[in-house]
Design a protein around this ligand. Structure first.
Ligand code: NAD
Length: 386
């Protein structure tokens, strides 16, 4: 009889881990704890099989950040590409050691179902395509990492979550800042009470959008992006407020603005400012813009001190300073590749049967709050969140 775990590497590791854990459970005392330790090491050793990832959409972010990050992964390897440009995909396949036979087009995407080298599909497409390709990946029997923002609206997010549950596969939203060491350090120092009770978070994410850049062309088309600076980069401000407070906002107030007659902002907002009220007396004041110099920062202000992350959400070079008695001191944080950490996190969750830190429900929460931000701006009043 063939063990089905032969065909599914994630199941194989899970079965291995389960058997080792079961063996450890039959032993007692020191021997037991030694065995348990070795079971843990076995499950996490460098010989742990790497899961195969298919990257869907070989655009700017995928080619410049994600593909190079796989060399730093311990649990994940590039296994397939899905692209509308076969020549580009084959060139990248050669560079990254992906079999040419594992290069698919959008029209042949569903053939991934027969490709046993692929365990996980990473959707790195324009926002309007996230829901469709996530659901198709689940129908092909794969786990899914989906880029932010999760989708255009709550209904799409709910359909994606339901499709994952129906397929019995994991869904994770690619919130890389939650795997970035400076942001992790900020969360930890807040939880440890270093700043006293946190009362305020001030977060800004801004850049200049350039329609000459292909990656920016779909971002200014509402049907493809779902919104302007808020959904693209304001989402980092929103995320920071939520993960720093560690609670869900109960109310939002917002305003939007665009430079009159700027052709970039005929369909989507240039700038957004929004405030969030948190249940334990905290407030966040957040902004985003597509019409300014680059800013990616936030400040956390507590009773006993404050923490500045500036930049907070760059691909590299983030800086954390912590001020007590008004004196900001740089905090040394060992750097790691945030993309590799994020990608390996999902592989680890699949292998060990755990729920990802940023599941589909996390993406849905942000989409719901951003819809409330738009409603508040439209109606000119605060909007309560259920
Ligand atoms: P991009 O335009 O460079 O890449 C999109 C890819 O989708 C391209 O390869 C394009 O050819 C392909 N595509 C397929 N069908 C398309 C269509 N109908 N119209 C346009 N493109 C089509 O964009 P990007 O900046 O790489 O963004 C892709 C996704 O990644 C977005 O959801 C974005 O929000 C997300 N992103 C995340 C981060 C992050 O830090 N997590 C950073 C940048 C982008």
């Amino acid at each position: 009889m063939t063990d089905s775990s032969d065909r599914d590497p994630s199941r194989r590791v899970f079965v291995q881990g389960t058997l080792l854990a079961a063996a450890a459970a039959t032993l007692s005392g020191a021997a037991c704890s030694r065995k348990r330790e070795s079971a843990k090491v076995a499950a996490e050793s460098p010989s742990t099989p790497k899961l195969g990832w298919a990257i869907v959409g070989l655009g700017k972010f995928a080619t410049e950040q994600l593909l190079p990050a796989f060399q730093h992964c311990q649990r994940s390897r590039l296994a397939a590409f899905v692209s509308g440009s076969p020549d580009k995909a084959k060139r990248l396949a050669g560079r990254y050691g992906v079999d040419e036979k594992a290069v698919y087009g959008y029209e042949t995407f569903d053939k991934l179902a027969q490709d046993r080298s692929v365990d996980v599909v990473y959707v790195v497409l324009p926002n309007s395509m996230h829901a469709e390709y996530t659901q198709r990946a689940f129908r092909a029997g794969k786990h899914v990492m989906c880029e932010k923002p999760m989708a255009l609206n709550e209904a799409e997010c709910s359909a994606m979550i339901a499709a994952g549950k129906a397929a019995g596969k994991r869904l994770m939203i690619a919130y890389r800042a939650q795997f970035e060491p400076h942001n992790r350090a900020a969360i930890e120092l807040v939880r440890a009470g270093e700043l006293g009770r946190v009362k305020l978070v001030i977060a800004d994410h801004c850049r200049t959008i350039d329609p000459k850049e292909p990656a920016d062309q779909w971002r200014i088309r509402r049907a493809m992006s779902g919104g302007g600076s808020l959904v693209d980069i304001g989402i980092y401000s929103l995320q920071a407020a939520r993960y720093i407070f560690g609670e869900e906002p109960t109310e939002v107030s917002a305003q939007l603005a665009s430079t009159p007659n700027d052709p970039r902002f005929m369909e989507v907002e240039e700038s957004a400012v929004f405030s969030l009220r948190f249940p334990n007396g905290g407030l966040a004041n957040c902004s985003s813009s597509y019409g300014t110099t680059n800013v990616k920062r936030y400040r956390v202000i507590g009773e006993k001190g404050y923490a500045d992350l500036d930049p907070a959400t760059s691909y590299e070079g983030n800086v954390l300073r912590v001020a007590k008695d008004g004196k900001p001191e740089p905090r040394e944080v060992p750097t790691t590749n945030q993309f590799a950490a994020e990608i390996d996190h999902l592989s680890e969750c699949i292998q060990l049967g755990k729920e990802p830190r940023t599941p589909g429900e996390e993406g849905l929460r942000d989409v719901r709050i951003m819809q409330a931000i738009y409603a508040s701006a439209r109606e000119g009043k605060a909007v309560k969140l259920a």
